[in-house]
Design a protein around this ligand. Structure first.
Ligand SMILES: [Zn+2]
Length: 249
């Protein structure tokens, strides 16, 4: 199963052809949150989410959203959110010097976020992860352990065992699964070993846009190396136990 599939530049029917060809079930995640988030499609209100859910109705896919920023859950009623199979988010949008959201992958990131002391910034980034895991009713943390360009070449230096433990223990405590991302080839094995030892659940994701959904090579390789079994894997929670139903927010 690939729980991180985007419909950008394609249609559900074309994506379903690939699902059949590749023998992989897809979880579709449209972006969801306020219109301040900039993506090809951002579901921002009750009727847009309803239309999306209806479009996927009866199709052999899981229905998810990729939640954006910290206020996405206020755009929808709890009843509407409970119609989703799961909610996924990541930590890649971060508060800038002015408090506004900054996409950490943007080229001007160092003008907008103070990263002069990289170790200090990394501590803030870990806190940001904990904040998301504690406050948002999410089922999956996607793109786990992704680092912005100024830090990305020193993965092991910044993702120390202590920092990894904080993130994975908070994920386990809040029943949030950690995505193994095939597109980013992350997390690395050092991170994943600590996560497995802490009892984390994992989901596999391509973050794929057409025609790259279902390409899970890196995630499957890590799953084999770690000897992950069914019990280690995320599956959408039954009605009543989804994060949006079980968590206070
Ligand atoms: Zn995505």
């Amino acid at each position: 199963m690939d729980f991180h599939v985007h419909l950008d530049n394609s249609t559900i029917d074309k994506v379903l052809e690939l699902s059949r060809e590749r023998g992989i079930k897809f979880g579709i995640v449209e972006h969801a949150g306020t219109k301040e988030n900039q993506y090809p499609v951002v579901l921002s209100n009750e009727s847009e989410l309803d239309g999306y859910l209806k479009m996927l109705d009866g199709k052999p896919v899981f229905k998810g959203v990729q939640a954006e920023w910290t206020d996405w859950m206020r755009c929808f009623s709890p009843r509407m959110l409970a119609r989703l199979d799961y909610v996924l988010t990541d930590a890649m949008t971060f508060p800038g010097k002015d408090g506004k959201r900054v996409r950490l992958w943007d080229k001007d990131v160092e003008q907008r976020v103070d990263m002069a002391d990289k170790q200090k910034w990394m501590d803030r980034y870990v806190e940001w992860h904990l904040d998301i895991l504690r406050k948002q009713p999410i089922d999956i943390l996607a793109n786990t352990s992704w680092l912005p360009a100024p830090l990305a070449n020193d993965y092991e230096t910044f993702w120390t065992a202590g920092r990894v433990k904080k993130v994975v223990e908070t994920a386990v405590a809040n029943k949030v699964a950690l995505e193994i991302s095939s597109s980013f080839k992350l997390p690395r094995l050092s991170f994943l070993k600590i996560a497995k030892a802490a009892g984390a659940k994992f989901s596999l994701g391509s973050n794929g846009r057409y025609p790259n959904m279902g390409k899970l090579d890196y995630a499957l390789e890590m799953a084999a190396t770690l000897k992950l079994m069914c019990a280690d894997m995320f599956t959408p929670a039954p009605d009543g136990q989804k994060a949006v139903q079980r968590r206070k927010y």
